[in-house]
Write a protein that binds this ligand. Structure first.
Ligand code: FUB
Length: 327
């Protein structure tokens, strides 16, 4: 790939990519996306059409530089505990090691979260033989705080099975809360020093409105659906996520990484395709939103492409809403 990666354009076009987790490692922007396959699968609310089998790592020397594909860095066949669907991953650096965190269905069809290790941000990654004990659902995002404590945020409704874990154990028949009940929040767990296990039982994060009331399940413009991401700006933790059925990326802030978080507003308006999924990263004084849409495939929900654009804050710390198709 030699063409510069322009804002709001696919950063690569030779493969379909989605769910970008961007980080600055070794002075470059590294992107850890899902790798969508060019196949026609039954499309349903369970997410069967997202039947991915491997991960590629991408990198850019700078915003606007060509995007390099470092090739396949991990394949389903090499993960002993996983049976299918390698969904949205994330990466982190600690202990002189790069960690790739990823969800997949285990051999019982239950989503779990695994970890793989590498000495390079570009992989290849070697998976641990078992998933992280006590992990469940999808979309891991790992945030390492200034004090070096690492937190994993995760969880997604519907195909991501979050509603099936409300009692703490997996119930395949469980439904989500009624529209007038509090929505399910994302889950957070602090990671152990070696990044391979949870330090304590995962706990649900509360997201409240401007009056301190929990956001309700029927409030689909604001309630949590999937794709959490946490970053820090001016001593506040920003939790951003997808609203799923209403297709926006929104955010909430807190003084504590475990919450509660107070809802603030919209970061990204709906994109082409059903899913929306993002990450936020600072690089050389500027902030960037990495996101995906389905424009490269002409709108196929399961054939997406990663894009990026600059993200701007107002003086009061709020984030300016991005409308990706408006100049
Ligand atoms: O890519 C599969 C799933 O679609 C992700 O895990 C979700 O966040 C959604 O983007």
């Amino acid at each position: 790939m030699t063409k510069p990666a322009q804002p709001n354009e696919p950063i690569v076009t030779h493969i379909y990519t989605a769910d970008p987790s961007a980080h600055v490692f070794e002075g470059k922007i590294f992107i850890y996306p899902s790798h969508d396959l060019d196949h026609e699968k039954l499309s349903n609310d369970n997410g069967d059409q997202y039947d991915m089998e491997d991960y590629h790592v991408l990198s850019m020397d700078d915003a606007g530089a060509p995007c390099v594909d470092h090739g396949e860095v991990l394949h389903l066949k090499d993960i002993p505990w996983a049976s299918q669907q390698l969904w949205a991953p994330d990466a982190a650096y600690k202990n002189n090691t790069y960690y790739l965190f990823f969800p997949a269905r285990d051999h019982e069809g239950v989503f779990r979260i695994g970890v793989a290790k590498s000495s390079s941000p570009a992989g290849p990654f070697t998976p641990e033989p078992e998933y992280i004990p006590g992990s469940f659902s999808i979309d891991p995002a790992v945030f390492i705080d200034q004090d070096d404590r690492a937190y994993m945020y995760f969880g997604g409704l519907w195909g991501g099975q979050l509603e099936k874990w409300q009692t703490g154990t997996y119930n395949p028949d469980a439904e989500g809360p009624a529209p007038t009940e509090p929505a399910l929040g994302p889950i957070v767990a602090e990671l152990s020093e070696d990044m391979l296990t949870f330090k304590a039982q995962p706990q649900e994060i509360s997201i409240v409105d401007e009056d301190g009331n929990l956001i309700l399940a029927g409030d689909e413009e604001r309630r949590y659906f999937e794709g959490p991401w946490v970053h820090k700006y001016n001593d506040y933790y920003y939790l951003s996520y997808s609203t799923g059925t209403t297709h926006s990326i929104v955010y909430a802030i807190s003084k504590n990484p475990m919450g509660p978080y107070q809802y603030q507003g919209k970061i990204l308006t709906p994109v082409v395709g059903w899913t929306t999924h993002h990450s936020i990263v600072q690089f050389k004084e500027k902030w960037y939103l990495f996101y995906h849409d389905s424009s490269l495939s002409g709108g196929a929900d399961n054939k997406r492409c990663v894009k990026y654009t600059e993200l701007k804050y107002n003086d009061d710390g709020t984030i300016q809403t991005i409308e990706p198709y408006k100049n």
